[in-house]
Design a protein around this ligand. Structure first.
Ligand SMILES: [Zn+2]
Length: 699
């Protein structure tokens, strides 16, 4: 959408059951914040909303774990998350919460509108129920074996191993994570959103209209969902925590959290409008509003399939884009709360931000690194060494160094004032640098408009790099030695420092969305007010007036010392070591005793892997050809994250050979390979301790 009248920016509502880690920060909040700051600098009408997602079963469960009430849990984490975002300079226009009465009213009215219009269906179904905990079970609280990849890290909503979305019915050997009991089925009536009815709309809207402007991974996932057939989704559930279903016959039921949470964006906007004497309506209903959702990839289906259907039915606008990020790993492994392999925002705030006066520069260091490694197109990795390198070799050595040299030399050679520019003395380097400032502005703007935040940041740092190179070529400190014999050489010095100062002013403007604290320091050094930071000023080389006196130099960034990253690495290892054996709730309970006849039904053989290749568009799957002596079978296995195809040729493995064939990504899999999973979630082959003939039986 070109030149919309207004923007509504949303960042995924964080779930109020615990602190959030830097992966979340990199995935949704930093990119959204950069974009909102950029739009504000353009003086656009923009509202950036977020808030805590406070419903769903996980909240009462967390309360049970912490021995307190659900209300106490959400109050605690709402407060904590809001503070963490503020400490890391994420500048929402409003940070709301879904437990607020305004949200309950809004979500309730939304449901009523859809129900009255006949857009919802009711169905009596049998739902999983934990007879021990006496509670219906949320999808998420049923664990079992994934029917697609056979991983045991599969939940009733999604497989954590292959990413496939699941329903609890599809899980093999389901257990309740509340008590470890085997769930039973119990009858209950619920309201459903029939997504299948909207398939044509979704297909046209996403696959035709947004095929090129949305990120390929987002379009790809949507296509997968649509092609897989859209099922009706229950919008209500049996639970005593959430937004009450506003119908007398629905006593004791609440809105499903996935239904109420995105409506949280609307109620947040309403609250913001109330506080600012504005009308919220055009932000959600006027076609000239550009709605952009910033999320992580696990949220794509909700923001690209389900919520848009709700928005369409409710008479709201649809998102113009949904820039979704992939995942951020930590030091070579997936971030995990249960294994304590993570870096919470709070950890960084405690260890770095709070220890420094104001902490602005270390906040910008984290924002810088997380943007530089942003998982925009593929999973990426946070390493402390990488953090140190980014800070020391870019922020300190390039950006900080350029500004510092400029200020020191300007004070030494130009009396602390902005020197004049002498056009008659301008040379090719001056012209090239002027052009660089102009073209960088264009590049940064284009990347930001396309949600390419890493590229935009590269361009900003590159401009500082050009500044350093320019100064190196002009060598004003050498020219200064000739001044006594050649007083007119001052003009060359003036030109150099004039341009370096104008370049610094441009760095303040262009860097502001990414590094707001650094820009604040630069404005202080330049003695300018915020108005200079308007985006339209970028590219200009007359931002600082000639003769204006500037402040004494001040370092923008400090170095990150080796000892600091060593401390962090040790802490991470210690956290991992201290993680107790996973709570019983995390592991499938022991299975019931079986008779030999049951076991004898399973046919197990030793096979040799003779060919292996990656399955297209499935990160986790390998297509294997396994020699079983009398035959060679195709087996699709969810081990691609653990083994490279070339490394497993010739390996002997244990195969379940009489498992019914199953299609995965269009490939028929004839059998299953047994894997052992260690504490860290890594998979290992199970094989004979010395080589045997392929096809040998196991009993
Ligand atoms: Zn799976």
């Amino acid at each position: 959408m070109q030149n919309p009248k207004r923007y509504l920016i949303t960042a995924a509502l964080p779930y109020a059951n615990g602190l959030k880690h830097v992966g979340h920060l990199a995935g949704a909040y930093i990119p959204a914040d950069i974009y909102a700051r950029y739009l504000r600098a353009q003086e656009r009408d923009v509202v950036f909303v977020c808030g805590s997602d406070e419903h769903g079963t996980a909240i009462p469960i967390q309360a049970r774990k912490e021995g307190t009430t659900a209300q106490a849990i959400i109050d605690k984490y709402h407060e904590a998350m809001q503070q963490d975002f503020a400490d890391l300079a994420i500048q929402f226009d409003i940070y709301h919460r879904t437990s607020a009465p305004l949200h309950h009213e809004t979500a309730s009215a939304f449901f009523t509108q859809l129900e009255k219009a006949g857009e919802l269906e009711t169905k009596e179904t049998e739902q999983f129920y934990d007879p021990e905990a006496q509670s219906f079970l949320a999808d998420r609280y049923i664990k079992g074996i994934c029917p697609a990849c056979q991983s045991d890290r599969a939940y009733g909503d999604q497989c954590e191993s292959c990413g496939r979305s699941l329903s609890p019915e599809e899980l093999l050997r389901p257990v309740s994570t509340l008590s470890g009991a085997t769930p039973i089925k119990k009858k209950t009536t619920h309201w459903y959103l029939p997504l299948g009815k909207h398939e044509d709309f979704l297909r046209k809207w996403i696959l035709e209209t947004h095929e090129t402007d949305w990120r390929p991974a987002v379009v790809g996932q949507c296509k997968g969902w649509i092609d897989g057939g859209l099922q009706s989704r229950a919008v209500t559930r049996d639970l005593d925590w959430g937004v009450q279903v506003p119908l007398p016959q629905a006593n004791g039921k609440v809105l499903y959290v996935w239904f109420d949470a995105p409506i949280g964006y609307i109620s947040a906007t309403k609250q913001w409008a109330k506080e600012h004497g504005k009308d919220w309506d055009p932000y959600w209903k006027d076609a000239e509003t550009k709605l952009v959702h910033f999320i992580g990839k696990d949220n794509i289906v909700f923001h690209c399939i389900i919520f848009p259907v709700m928005l369409k039915l409710g008479g709201y606008i649809l998102p113009d884009n949904v820039p979704s990020n992939e995942f951020l790993n930590l030091e070579g492994d997936k971030m995990s709360t249960s294994r304590n392999w993570k870096l919470d925002m709070r950890d960084y705030i405690d260890d770095f931000v709070k220890k420094e006066n104001g902490g602005g520069q270390v906040v910008d260091m984290l924002r810088y690194y997380l943007t530089q490694i942003a998982p925009e197109t593929k999973d990426s990795e946070f390493t402390w060494k990488g953090f140190q390198d980014a800070v020391n070799s870019e922020l300190v050595a390039v950006l900080g160094n350029f500004v510092n040299r400029t200020w020191v030399l300007m004070h030494k050679l130009c009396k602390g004032k902005v020197p004049p520019f002498h056009p008659a003395r301008a040379d090719e380097y001056d012209r090239a640098l002027t052009e660089q400032i102009r073209s960088t502005t264009e590049t940064v703007t284009q990347h930001l408009e396309r949600y390419q935040f890493r590229e935009a940041l590269f361009a900003v740092i590159d401009l500082a790099r050009h500044g350093n190179q320019y100064m190196q070529r002009k060598e004003p400190w050498i020219v200064a030695k000739r001044l006594e014999q050649e007083p007119e050489a001052q003009q060359a010095i003036d030109n150099c420092l004039h341009l370096c100062l104008q370049l610094s002013a441009n760095l303040a403007i262009l860097g502001n969305p990414f590094l707001p604290n650094t820009t604040k320091t630069l404005c202080h050094l330049m003695k300018v007010v915020d108005r200079m930071l308007e985006w339209k000023n970028a590219g200009r080389i007359d931002l600082l007036k000639v003769g204006y006196s500037l402040r004494e130099p001040q370092l923008l960034f400090r170095k990150i010392e080796d000892t600091e990253i060593e401390t962090q690495l040790e802490k991470l290892k210690a956290n991992l070591m201290s993680t107790e054996t996973p709570a019983p709730a995390e592991q499938p309970a022991a299975k019931p005793t079986i008779q030999f006849d049951d076991f004898a039904k399973v046919e197990l053989k030793v096979g040799t892997i003779v060919a292996a290749e990656k399955v297209e568009k499935a990160d986790k799957l390998l297509k294997l050809s396994v020699d079983l002596g009398s035959e060679t079978r195709t087996i699709v296995s969810g081990i691609a994250m653990h083994y490279a195809p070339q490394d497993i040729l010739g390996k002997q493995v244990t195969v379940v050979t009489n498992l019914a064939p199953r299609k995965m990504r269009g490939i028929e899999s004839n059998g299953m390979i047994l894997m052992a999973e260690d504490r860290s979630g890594k998979l290992h082959f199970v094989h004979p301790d010395s080589s045997v003939e392929p096809g040998s039986g196991i009993s």
